[in-house]
Write a protein that binds this ligand. Structure first.
Ligand SMILES: [Zn+2]
Length: 232
């Protein structure tokens, strides 16, 4: 069982109250995260999409893992050249159902377009199910609706800053033979985490998403408190 704790803090620069959720990750999940460094490519298949043609690779330790990490590789992919890469953490509400509480779905959509056009790669990490999970995310949303300006620290912000999750992405990029990347991100933490690997970042491709009324506070929090480069 994941333990959920909250505290509120006042940030003078923004004049707003934020509640930050702290999730205590149990030992079993911690060791699970460490094991991802030994991921193996289990299967791949051609997947035509609305964006273009992709080859989809599934990576896991166990061939029967029901939630493998995914690498979508765009047509024209050439690992001898710098590759446009998006590292995306699963957000079912945003990615699948188009939730406007965050900008994950729109970022994934933009990244798929870039990968299709440039022979790029979208790495899809199954963080939501293995990290805090959907249930805790919905509980966090309820806190927001009760009036707290909440950062969902684990799913969208804090946990992304944890470099351990990038071990899986780095293992997948290495397996695909990628040495140089242009990272599709607005998040400087992702750039910093990958700088510690052997993969060279030769550029950053920003994604500009127009804010909606429903996610304006969320995007501003990302920019003001987490250093995302959103130009708001
Ligand atoms: Zn999201």
């Amino acid at each position: 069982m994941l333990e959920l704790r909250t505290f509120a803090a006042h940030f003078p620069n923004t004049g707003s109250e934020y509640a930050i959720l702290i999730y205590t990750v149990p030992e079993k999940i911690k060791s699970d995260i460490r094991l991802r460094a030994t991921l193996r490519q289990q299967a791949s298949a051609r997947i035509p999409t609305q964006y273009g043609h992709f080859e989809m690779y599934a990576y896991s330790e166990d061939a029967n893992d029901p939630m493998p990490h995914i690498a979508f590789v765009g047509e024209g992919f050439n690992p001898a050249l710098p590759v446009a890469v998006r590292i995306h953490s699963e957000c079912m509400t945003g990615d699948v159902f188009g939730s406007r509480r965050c900008d994950c779905g729109e970022q994934l959509d933009a990244a798929m377009q870039i990968a299709a056009a440039q022979g790029g790669v979208v790495i899809y990490l199954r963080q939501e199910g293995r990290g805090i999970g959907l249930i805790n995310k919905l509980k966090a949303y309820n806190l927001q609706d009760e009036g707290l300006n909440t950062i969902d620290a684990n799913t969208h912000l804090g946990f992304e800053a944890d470099t351990r999750q990038y071990e899986a992405a780095i293992a997948m990029l290495n397996d695909l033979g990628i040495r140089q990347i242009e990272l599709i991100t607005n998040n400087p933490d992702k750039v910093n985490a990958l700088k510690k690997s052997e993969i060279e970042i030769v550029g950053r491709i920003p994604i500009v998403i127009a804010p909606h009324a429903e996610n304006q506070d969320y995007l501003r929090t990302k920019q003001d408190l987490m250093g995302h480069l959103l130009g708001l």
